[in-house]
Design a protein around this ligand. Structure first.
Ligand code: FE2
Length: 301
């Protein structure tokens, strides 16, 4: 497949300051807005990429878009050809967008659920490492991308077919979720998909979400760094939305907190990677986690 990783995300924010506090003081990202941004757009760095998160001043709070990285122009042309063949409208970026995103070429499209995406190649980088304001030693990125994202997909069949058949994502595992014990409640499907050796880069959940995103996951090097982030979350008064736990599918040890956009940020470590997907058996999980991850805390207060 042409798409190699989740390269960046863009967020809409009514308050750029709230996101600066959340990104720098809690997550430990580096604010590089002075070099890259302007009064309406702030940029945050996780690794040698110029940025992995941008926050755009807006009338609403929520996810703006996902940026998917391809290797080169041939890879991006492959994405364009797949969209064309599937009759999915897309637009090549103009010079202004190419300059703004700091890439060589880019195109934009919308998936069947209405989530916005960009695909691009050729990040412009000065290779400066992360200089975290919270002394985070680093995030697990590289060929695994910035982490993973779970998007709303109420029209589930159309959206999963788009990502698997058109864009070439592979299914990693799936869940069927009821929020009540009532067997009459229809199950909501949740599919996890991969585009590199990270267990999943994308999740699709069969429900709408007002923030346009269920959660974004970033991965750090050690469990101590997960714990220190939770200490910073407590000190900053940010809401816990899921307690510490280890996921059954990607083995991530993580907790969840509410971002200023209204979707959650999962902060984890020890996520597993799959080197040979041809030997990997897709499974259905009946539980999200081996232990922990009590999401009822997010319903309180
Ligand atoms: Fe996750």
């Amino acid at each position: 497949m042409a798409i190699q990783s989740l390269g960046y995300i863009g967020v809409n924010a009514t308050s750029l300051i709230s996101w600066r506090d959340f990104s720098c003081d809690i997550m430990g990202l580096e604010d590089v807005s002075a070099a890259l941004g302007d009064e309406n757009t702030h940029y945050y760095k996780m690794d040698t990429h110029p940025y992995r998160l941008f926050v755009q001043h807006s009338e609403t709070d929520g996810l703006r878009l996902c940026g998917w990285e391809t290797n080169n122009q041939a890879g991006l042309d492959e994405v364009a050809a797949a969209l064309t063949a599937a009759k999915v409208p897309f637009a090549w970026g103009d010079d202004a967008l190419i300059t703004k995103r700091r890439v060589q070429n880019i195109l934009s499209f919308t998936d069947p659920a209405g989530n916005h995406h960009e695909a691009y190649w050729g990040v412009v980088s000065d290779f400066k490492p992360l200089n975290s304001p919270q002394a985070v030693s680093g995030f697990v990125t590289g060929d695994q991308g910035l982490g993973h994202i779970v998007l709303p997909a109420p029209n589930f069949d159309d959206t999963t077919t788009f990502f698997t058949e058109v864009l070439g994502f592979g299914l990693s595992d799936l869940m069927k979720i009821r929020f009540t014990p009532d067997p009459a409640e229809p199950v909501k499907r949740l599919w996890f998909m991969h585009c590199n050796r990270r267990h999943h880069s994308l999740g699709l959940f069969e429900m709408a979400h007002p923030a346009g995103c269920i959660h974004v996951m970033t991965e750090v090097n050690t469990l101590d760094e997960v714990g220190r982030c939770d200490d910073r979350r407590i000190a900053a008064g940010a809401q816990l939305s899921g307690t510490l736990g280890r996921h059954a599918n990607d083995h991530m040890v993580s907790f969840y907190m509410r971002s200023p956009a209204g979707f959650d940020v999962e902060y984890g470590t020890e996520g597993r990677t799959i080197d040979d997907w041809s030997k990997y058996e897709v499974f259905e999980s009946t539980v999200p986690s081996f232990w922990g991850h009590d999401f009822s805390v997010g319903q309180q207060g």
